[in-house]
Structure formats: C-alpha cells, structure tokens
Ligand binder design. Structure first.
Ligand SMILES: Cc1cc2nc3c(=O)[nH]c(=O)nc-3n(C[C@H](O)[C@H](O)[C@H](O)COP(=O)(O)O)c2cc1C
Length: 169
C-alpha cells in the first residue's frame, strides 16, 4: 500500500541543498496529533499539510517513516491537524523534538476531539480527520484524511520559511 510502486529515478543531489531549496517555499506550521491504541497521545510539528478536496472535504500531510511516532500515526484511525498561531512558535519547537511525554508541558491546552484525539485549544484552525488513504511518498507516507469537523479563528498564523519561524507582516 505504501511501498515503492516502481523504481524511481534517484538523481545525485546534496540532501542539505535540496532541503534548502524546499525551504524557499513558505508554509504554515501545524501540530498533528493522534491517540495511540494504548491511549497514549502522539504529536509532531509538520509543514507538509495541504488541502486536497473541498467536496468531499479532504486534507493531507506527509509522515516521515523515520519519526519515532510514525508507527502510531501510520495506524491511527483519526488524527487532528492544528494550524499553529504566530504566538505558538514554542509549541512548534517542542513538538519538533522527540520526547517521552511531549503533551505533559501543554496539558491545559488540549481537549479531546473525535476519536479522543487531543485537539489544541487556541489554534488558528483545526481539522479533525478520519484517515482514508495511506500512500507511498518515498521516505514519507502520505496520509490523506476526510475532514469530519473543523474550526477556525482570527489568530494570525505561524509561518516557516528558510528554516525559521516567522509571522506575517
Ligand atoms: C517546521 C517543521 C516542519 C516539519 N514538517 C514535518 C513533516 O511534514 N513531516 C514529518 O514527518 N516531520 C516533520 N518535521 C519533523 C518532526 O517534527 C520531527 O521529526 C519530530 O521529532 C517528530 O516527532 P516524533 O519524534 O515524536 O515522532 C518538521 C519539523 C519542523 C521544525
């Protein structure tokens, strides 16, 4: 299902430089959350979030196979995409690192959503999703979710560009 479908070309490139090129594309920053089968929450900072479809409402993000929480997200029935506000750069940094219990420091900011997935309160927007497709994406797995509930606020978003967090001017 998410194995390489065909042998793909692998041009010789400098991985750091390729990453720098990708970093020229400014993105928002999201905290993706889920609940593991053992009832343990998982969360990671991502900037691969993209809208897919309006009708039916669908979104996607790319999960690194190397992430420590990859097995949890790969199997998750539900996940939430929390679009971070400009004032939440600290949360972005915190959830971009491995840790035994990343939620403990921000417990008061989360409330259970669909599937008991922790949803960040005070995000710029949230999308609560049912995982529908898991597609091959090289060293990532593309997770496509059907949006079952969403919310948005007027909080300005956090931006990621050239390896740094920023706010819109
Ligand atoms: C701005 C930013 C964007 C990121 N985007 C992604 C992404 O789209 N997919 C991904 O798998 N990891 C992404 N990461 C890396 C993960 O946040 C990082 O590997 C984190 O440690 C994963 O959590 P885990 O170790 O608990 O699995 C991003 C990191 C940063 C700082």
């Amino acid at each position: 299902m998410w194995e390489e479908p065909d042998a793909l070309p692998r041009p010789e490139l400098d991985a750091r430089d390729f990453r720098s090129a990708l970093g020229r594309f400014p993105t928002g920053v999201c905290l993706v959350t889920t609940l593991g089968s053992g009832g343990r929450p998982a969360g990671m900072t991502v900037n691969s979030f993209t809208a897919v479809s309006l009708d039916p409402p669908m979104v996607l993000w790319s999960l690194s196979r190397a992430a420590s929480s990859a097995p949890v997200f790969r199997e998750a029935e539900y996940f939430a995409v929390n679009v971070l506000a400009a004032c939440d750069a600290e949360i972005a940094s915190h959830f971009a690192m491995q840790g035994p219990d990343k939620f403990a420091a921000y417990a008061a900011r989360f409330a259970p959503g669909i599937g008991a997935v922790p949803v960040l309160q005070g995000a710029a927007a949230t999308f609560e999703c049912h995982t529908r497709h898991r597609n091959y994406g090289g060293d990532h797995i593309i997770l496509i979710g059907a949006v079952e509930r969403y919310a948005h606020t007027d909080r300005p978003p956090l931006v990621f560009h050239r390896g740094k967090y920023a706010a819109l001017p």
